[in-house]
Design a protein. Structure first.
Lengths: 437, 473
């Protein structure tokens, strides 16, 4: 009945009769302490919030550690220490699957955490990262008859992750456009918007149908790709698509677009990375901190939790705002400035903690729990965070190399924007001019 | 296919393909234009033809004025609708809601609804034995004999309010809310609670502020402040009445009994007297529940009856029909949309798993318009054979093709003010109709529908104003 609570709560003698009254009293206090709300209730859901969420998030962060969002029936956590504390607190908070239909239809097993799968993805992505970037640069250079004008957001950032995943799956070139369109649509599977979600579901079934013969063929004649690995583990096309569905496609796309948006709108910073190519990694980390593409992470309480001066009921939705945490001046002095050379940003990977070397890491992945495979030997697959970071850095280095004197096209005023509430906040159009090399 | 949607554009331009089926990017409000009443906006379809439901519509004007076709979509195609934007589930069928209300264990009342910030911790949020012990303490003042004894006061009050129009024997234009319906129920509440006359104007202000502050709205702060004022005021009364209880008297000067506050002061629950906080919270609830909803019921009832003159004539000819008119009004257009519940454990209903701890909205309004229960639910018909309009029962009523409406709920949390609300509305309206020789809606003063000529639909909640041309007897 209340099984989850029984197993998760510490072993304390519970006075059953008094339990309800305790809850009641805590709520009494909560009502009395309710501070003056820092924002209007609907401000989290306005079109302005899609364009620039930071003023509202700053108001929340400075006023209260945990904002009760009534219209969204959620609790917003906005301070750096609080957000990271939720990410690492797996006994108290749980992540729910993004796509309802995979679970509902009993489709597939998500195999992304298995060693063989991770190893395969890592190997292929590493091998193909630079190659794919060069191929895309060739296309950029060829655009408009080699005039050196292209759109980085569309021609590079949006395409790059899809091309990589086509390599990972080992799809033949002719089926690429087919796959790309469906993968992009599949990314909206977790949306609250019913048309997007239905569309993702359609894409999901189309992918299943399309991949079925490929899986059957690879089962007999395995190659060096993810489909063969999953087939070798006894999986089928449903497992392949379930794994794709749970992978993060947004962050690589969004971080590439946001990094280049920030570099092109901050010419001095672009100058720094042009001079010092090794600083591209720092630039990427700083871009993730300054303008994170994924704004929120959702967690649900496993049972009643008293935290942030509130009683979070069983099953409460806790919205961890990465955007607000990354601009928290308690963690990063001068948080609104985009500065590659800032000294207060941790460049190491956050594995189960966010303050390695006493410095704060950007909150861009919910890299909460340490790896499931803590004691693997040297060939341990890198984490998803490290893989995305390295891939983005490789791609950006290739861009720097191939696009000489890259600069914003005349008259272009690019902006960062979420298309729908809760979706990727990134630059959707970034026209540039350059000298092809 | 060219598109203005950036996502669309990315798919198109990045891969040179036509992403057919990717939805156009909806803007803000222009996606929800006002539709003719009874017609739903097309919000898209799944490949199998199932209509889709965009959760943003819940906050639009279109939904506010024309909710029923949308609830029909939910009932027919999404009996358990998961609104991912606001992290809630909607139950919309009569049977599901009845089952949820009767299942106090599985669907508990713990969710501190957005009302609790303003009203405090009330009976609305207690469950099980805690709730049951307190229920009768409040409830017994609002039923049975206590009610009968109050009847002369209610009649006198209605007559006083009508006298104040100064229209005896002549005709004029009145606004029913301002000159009758706003004040009438709140005066009854004050009388039941034993609030002294000098506090009643302030009471009315507190009550309106608290009502405006519900639902986590922009005015929630004003609601909380009003709630605090009310608390201070009532706390003082409570302290007085702990020492010196006050009594109510009938017309003849005989004591009816203690007023509710005095009763509550002396009541022991679990061997302990009730705290002032607890008394105040529940008084705040009685003020809200007894005022706003009855006001809405009276206004809606007159608005609907006057738009159906043959039914109004029948009611005037036979006063026993006021009961049916009252219940049909509540079925057709009730003030309270529904009640929140929280799942105690995972519940699977119609193939959807609702995780433990989820907020579940039981939409009473939709249950009342469920055509599995009520034939032609959108029409107002006080003679409808499938509506039960007898004595209100906690268990609900479902026999021989007659069903009770859901406006008061069923089960342990059945509205404790159901009986007094019924009594007030019916007696008030009866007195009103006896005094009126002629009455019609002042159409030119009333809000119009989108065609600009017909009267606006009630939609959710109740109408705010009702202008009437009246001629008094």
């Amino acid at each position: 009945m209340t099984g989850s609570r029984r197993t998760a709560a510490p072993e304390v003698a519970v006075d059953e009769a008094a339990a309800g009254f305790r809850t009641y009293e805590v709520y009494q206090r909560e009502r009395v302490w309710e501070p003056r709300p820092p924002i209007k209730p609907r401000e989290l859901y306005t079109p302005q919030f899609l364009d620039d969420p930071y003023p509202v998030l700053t108001a929340l962060r400075e006023a209260t550690p945990c904002y009760r969002d009534w219209p969204g029936n959620a609790f917003w956590v906005t301070r750096y220490d609080d957000v990271t504390s939720v990410f690492v607190d797996e006994p108290n908070y749980v992540t729910r699957p993004r796509a309802w239909f995979a679970e509902l239809e009993g489709i597939g097993q998500n195999r992304r955490d298995e060693i063989a799968v991770r190893g395969c993805v890592t190997r292929i992505v590493d091998a193909a990262a630079a190659e794919v970037a060069h191929a895309l640069c060739d296309e950029l250079a060829a655009e408009q008859d080699g005039a050196g004008a292209a759109d980085l957001a569309i021609g590079f950032a949006a395409r790059y992750p899809v091309e990589l995943w086509a390599r990972v799956l080992g799809l033949p070139a002719p089926s690429f456009a087919w796959f790309a369109e469906r993968l992009l649509r599949l990314r909206r599977a977790g949306s609250w918007e019913p048309r997007s979600r239905e569309d993702a579901r359609t894409a999901f079934h189309e992918l299943l149908a399309g991949l079925q013969p490929v899986v059957a063929q690879r089962r007999d004649a395995p190659g060096d790709d993810l489909i063969s690995v999953i087939a070798g583990l006894g999986g089928d096309e449903r497992d392949v698509v379930a794994t794709l569905l749970e992978e993060d496609h947004d962050t690589l796309h969004g971080s590439l677009a946001n990094l280049w948006f920030l570099l092109l709108t901050h010419r001095d910073q672009l100058g720094i990375v042009t001079e010092e190519r090794r600083l591209v990694k720092a630039a990427w980390l700083e871009a993730m901190r300054h303008s994170t593409p994924v704004l929120i992470a959702r967690r649900f309480t496993r049972h009643e939790v008293e935290r942030f001066g509130r009683l979070l009921p069983d099953g409460a939705l806790v919205v961890c705002s990465a955007a607000a945490a990354n601009r928290d001046r308690r963690a990063f002095p001068d948080p609104d400035t985009f500065s590659i050379t800032r000294k207060d940003l941790c460049h190491r990977e956050a594995r189960g903690h966010y303050r390695a070397d006493g410095l704060c890491s950007p909150v861009s992945f919910g890299t909460g729990a340490p790896s499931k495979h803590p004691a693997l030997p040297e060939d341990r697959p890198r984490s998803r965070f490290a893989l995305t970071r390295d891939t983005a850095v490789t791609a950006s280095r290739v861009l720097l190399e191939r696009l000489g004197d890259v600069t914003l096209a005349a008259g272009a005023t690019p902006t960062l924007r979420s298309l729908q509430w809760g979706e990727l906040r990134t630059c959707w159009s970034l026209p540039v001019t350059f000298t092809p090399r | 296919m060219a598109s203005s949607c950036p996502f669309h554009a990315v798919v198109d331009r990045a891969f040179g393909i036509d992403a057919a089926g990717v939805p156009a990017e909806p803007g803000a409000r222009k996606d929800f234009p006002l539709m003719p009443v009874g017609t739903a906006l097309d919000m898209g379809h799944a490949p199998d033809g199932t209509p889709l439901f965009d959760p943003r519509i819940f906050t639009t004007l279109e939904f506010q004025r024309n909710p029923y076709p949308y609830y029909r979509i939910l009932r027919d195609h999404h009996p358990v609708f998961h609104d991912r934007l606001s992290n809630a589930y909607y139950l919309t069928r009569y049977d599901d809601i009845t089952a949820a209300y009767l299942d106090d264990l599985g669907f508990n009342t713990i969710p501190k609804g957005s009302s609790s910030g303003v009203l405090g911790n009330t009976q609305l949020e207690l469950s099980g034995i805690e709730h049951r012990r307190r229920r009768n303490v409040y409830g017994r003042h609002l039923v049975g004999l206590a009610l009968e004894k109050r009847k002369p006061y209610i009649e006198r009050l209605a007559n006083e309010l009508i006298d104040a129009w100064g229209l005896d024997g002549s005709s004029g234009t009145i606004e029913l809310a301002r000159s009758f319906a706003n004040e009438f129920p709140i005066r009854v509440v004050c009388q039941v609670l034993g609030i002294p006359d000098d506090g009643r104007d302030r009471f009315f202000y507190w009550y309106s502020s608290m009502m405006n502050g519900l639902g986590g709205s922009d005015t929630a702060q004003q609601g909380r402040e009003a709630r605090q004022d009310l608390e201070d005021y009532v706390a003082e009364l409570v302290e007085q009445r702990r020492k010196q209880p006050t009594f109510l008297y009938d017309e003849a000067g005989a004591s009816i009994g203690k007023d509710i506050i005095s009763e509550l002061c002396a009541t022991e629950i679990d061997g302990d007297v009730m705290s002032t906080e607890e008394i105040t919270s529940n008084i705040a609830l009685v003020v809200g529940g007894g005022g706003e909803t009855t006001r809405g019921a009276i206004l809606n009832m007159w608005y609907l009856l006057l738009q159906h003159p043959e039914q109004f004539a029948a009611v005037r000819a036979d006063e026993s029909l006021w009961d049916a008119a009252f219940h049909e009004t509540l079925r057709h257009s009730t003030s309270i949309g529904g009640q929140p519940r929280q799942t105690t454990f995972d519940v699977t209903l119609h193939g959807v798993t609702i995780p433990a701890g989820s907020l579940v909205h039981c939409v009473d309004v939709s249950a009342n318009h469920d055509d599995r229960i009520f034939a032609e639910p959108e029409s107002f018909d006080i003679f409808r054979p499938d509506l039960y309009s007898g004595k209100l029962l906690r268990s609900g009523y479902a026999k021989e093709g007659r069903f009770s409406h859901m406006a008061f709920g069923v089960g342990p949390h059945l509205c404790p003010g159901a009986w007094i609300s019924h009594q007030e509305s019916v007696i008030g309206s009866m007195v009103l109709s006896r005094r009126l020789r002629d009455v019609r809606i002042t159409v030119e003063q009333m809000p119009k529908d989108i065609d600009g000529t017909s009267l606006a639909p009630i939609g959710l909640g109740s109408i705010r104003n009702l202008w009437l041309d009246v001629e008094l007897a």
